[in-house]
Design a protein. Structure first.
Length: 281
């Protein structure tokens, strides 16, 4: 009889525990990136290796213009900075990361183009960048045509250097490196005469303390690159909320501050904030 009483008591405790668990709902969920706000965490895709835009610092923190924009947007969606989980999204995997639901949105120098719009939706644009050249501070290169018979660096797989060769300097000698830091090192040593990619990326590198005063942007506008925030195709609710957040960021001057904080040391002559929601097909 005593044994049955203990068993009954244990059963009652178990039932109470199960009931409490059921009432607790999703309190233990650490990745509610599927909602538009109010969850414990939100996963946001960024670059980890682009100073001034998206960079993972040695202490594990993150910095850059894209990081500042994404943090502001997340706040408007209901998430504090400590609720953000930053996810590295390399260029080749951005569409897949959104389709799989790995991240809620991506802010990673994500240029809007027609091909990408078939796979993802874009909020923004939040920055208009241009393809440009980074050269040494004392360089006499002022035009893309000056690159004829000169050595031009870009990263493997990029179309930037080929664009220069095709449209401006057919006699340029192209050099490819695995990353922008390697091109910067080649520019420092004199192995190459210029590095080409988006001016925002170049400004981010030039603004780094270790490169201060060594380089300058040529100030060319060899292409238009409208950066957008990528969201999963068909997620109109999140898209509209992000656009509203970006509009607020521009209107309250937080956008201007983020530009100055991240690109100011490079004397980056940025374009004014583009009209949010004006996505050109």
């Amino acid at each position: 009889m005593k044994l049955r009483k203990v068993t009954a008591a244990s059963a009652a405790v178990l039932a109470l525990a199960l009931s409490a668990t059921a009432c607790g709902g999703d309190n233990g969920n650490d990745g509610d990136s599927g909602s538009s706000g109010g969850g414990d965490k939100i996963k946001i895709g960024i670059k980890y290796d682009q100073p001034g835009l998206g960079l993972k610092e040695p202490d594990g923190s993150f910095s850059g213009f894209d990081v500042d924009v994404a943090t502001y947007v997340a706040k408007e969606l209901g998430y504090e900075p400590n609720q953000i989980e930053w996810v590295e999204t390399k260029s080749a995997d951005r569409e897949n990361a959104l389709a799989r639901g790995d991240v809620k949105f991506i802010a990673a120098t994500y240029s809007i183009n027609e091909e990408r719009q078939k796979k993802v939706d874009f909020a923004g644009p939040y920055l208009l960048a241009h393809q440009d050249l980074l050269v040494k501070a004392d360089s006499d290169i002022t035009e893309a045509t000056d690159l004829n018979d000169k050595n031009l660096c870009s990263v493997t797989g990029s179309t930037s250097a080929q664009n220069v060769k095709n449209d401006f300097a057919p006699k340029a000698n192209l050099t490819e490196r695995g990353g922008y830091s390697e091109c910067i090192a080649a520019l420092q040593s004199g192995a190459v005469d210029a590095l080409t990619t988006d001016d925002s990326i170049l400004a981010g590198f030039a603004a780094q303390e270790q490169y201060k005063g060594q380089f300058k942007l040529a100030g060319l506008k060899l292409s238009n690159e409208n950066y957008g925030i990528g969201v999963k195709k068909g997620d109109t609710e999140t898209l509209n909320k992000i656009n509203a957040a970006l509009e607020k960021m521009v209107s309250d001057k937080s956008w201007d501050k983020a530009v100055q904080d991240n690109f100011g040391p490079a004397n980056y002559k940025n374009e004014p904030a583009p009209k949010i929601g004006n996505i050109v097909k």
